[in-house]
Design a protein around this ligand. Structure first.
Ligand code: KG4
Ligand code: ZN
Length: 365
């Protein structure tokens, strides 16, 4: 095992507790040996969002279990591991702290290098883990907690072209489902209902399309949906299945239009700088949406741009991406020591202005 790096990665920045093990040769492409994720959806179901204290306690309880399950699934023992990577931010601070403390304990106990990883870098570098994508590329990160365009130029070199100034689209899908009495997580149930609906029945706003640039806003869309729902209820005394489907279709069409137009602008900006590397990668749970994906694929085809999306299990929060981002840092000779701190905010692009709002799932950057 001499030339191999075996990294144990930990993730606990939001509502998924995760541990993963990846193996990499000195120059070969990395292999995921195990990726364990324990979600917390049911713990927060009654509260309309992630409750930070409940999340932190659950992470502290589940991290050891995830590590044991990852070791069992990979057939390895702790002594085989050669480095520990952990999400050190951004996210809900109690959860991030749980992960960082666990990682410090493991690194100190085993005498291994410790690598703090930016959770957003984990998402943004995933196309390199899954598809060996070369730098540079354009990334759209779109989930329940994040929404931003990044130019990835290197493991530590990202430029943010724009992002949401309030909610992430996944939050808006989840809220829409809640307002219409559809099950959580909202994305898949809104998508399913939308398939039976008329997207033109209700016309929802396309926020910020009238302003230049790639920033987005999704909180007004939720309010518009609430008003439209209440107007239907006031008129008819309730919602039919068809009303729900039409409201979902109208909402989804607005999100698709906003993401498509802003992605178009981001692509133009990216391609002006990097004409020889025409590639858009998407990640995040919302990238699973078939309508969004189809529009983005069409947009890329129109511009001669390659479109890539990691498999869904690696699009959503997981620890394999953290282990991989740790590997990229280690390969650059970067690691941390016991002074590693947990950070609630940690923008990938230090030059970009801070994003506003922190949303229901913690800080956006
Ligand atoms: O990346 P993720 O697992 O977690 C974070 O938020 O970090 O993304 C979860 C989000 C949820 O808000 C969920 O409703 C949304 O992704 N989602 C979808 C779809 N599947 C999951 N949104 C729209 N359409 C979908 N098919
Ligand atoms: Zn995430």
């Amino acid at each position: 095992m001499n030339n191999e790096t075996i990294i144990l990665g930990l993730e606990s920045s939001c509502d998924d507790t995760a541990a993963a093990i990846i193996r990499a040769d000195a120059d070969g492409s990395p292999e995921i040996l195990a990726s364990i994720v324990h979600g917390q959806t049911e713990l927060h179901a009654d509260f309309g969002g992630v409750v930070p204290e409940i999340a932190a306690r659950a992470h502290a309880e589940k991290l050891d279990i995830c590590v044991e399950e990852a070791l069992a699934a990979s057939g390895l023992a702790l002594r085989d591991v050669t480095a520990i990577a952990v999400t050190a931010g951004p996210g809900l601070i109690g959860g991030v702290l749980s992960g960082v403390m666990c990682a410090k304990g493991l690194a100190a106990g085993l005498g291994l290098p410790l690598v703090g990883v930016n959770h957003l870098a984990g998402h943004a570098l995933t196309p390199r883990l899954t598809d060996q994508v070369a730098f540079p590329y354009l990334m759209l990160l779109v989930s329940g907690g994040h929404c931003q365009f990044l130019i990835a130029r290197g493991p530590e070199d990202f430029s943010r072209l724009g992002g949401t100034i309030d909610d992430a689209p996944g939050e808006a899908f989840d809220k829409t489902a809640r307002l219409l009495g559809l099950p959580q997580p909202g994305g898949p149930s809104v998508q399913k209902a939308a398939e039976q609906g008329d997207p033109k029945k209700f016309r929802f706003p396309r926020p910020l399309l009238d302003r230049p640039g790639c920033d987005m806003s999704f909180s007004g869309l939720k309010t518009a949906l609430l008003r439209a729902r209440d107007a239907v209820i006031a008129e008819k005394g309730g919602l039919t299945e068809q009303d729900r489907a039409d409201l979902c279709a109208g909402f989804q069409a607005a999100v698709v239009d906003v993401l498509a137009e802003k992605t178009h602008r981001a692509l133009v900006e990216y391609l002006a700088e990097n004409p020889a590397q025409p590639l858009l990668a998407v990640a995040g749970g919302v990238a699973a949406n078939t309508a969004i994906r189809a529009r983005l694929e069409m947009l890329c085809a129109e511009h001669g741009v390659t479109f890539t999306a990691p498999p869904l299990a690696l699009c959503t929060d997981n620890a394999a991406m953290i282990a991989y981002a740790g590997l990229e840092r280690l390969r650059q000779g970067l690691s941390d020591d016991m002074t590693l701190v947990a950070r609630p905010r940690w923008p990938l692009d230090k030059k970009a202005p801070a994003l506003l709002g922190s949303g229901k799932k913690g800080a956006k950057a």
